[in-house]
Design a protein. Sequence first.
Length: 138
Amino acid sequence: MKKSFFDTSIFIYALENNSTAAQNLFQRALTEGTVGTSTITIMEYATGCLKYGKIERLNNFRYFLKSLMFEVVSVDDVIALKAAEIRANYQFFKPMDALQLATAFVARADVFYTNDKQLLQYQDIAVELLPNVEDAQS
């Protein structure tokens, strides 16, 4: 059973941009096993919604997480230390990206889906880009 973890950008593509590729990725991951993300994703997604007064969009996101039974992993000291190790080894990774990857690693994810090409450098778990989407960075 495969465990897939998702970066915030994949949620944005699926829920806000109606990206068929992102929606199909979620469906495929569910048929292959379990899905998860970190509390960092909730913070990042909610920030944009709150900043622009998009409360309904935030509620839809929260419903999406619950309805698909996403495992939402909280950042703790073990994840924080793994993120520090990632930042030490990949100095150009942003702190939030390191926390996302560390969460996926500690949760024993098989794959981490993102749209940030830079994260493909990470070697401790498989990192895959969302297919068929512009070369946007998260």
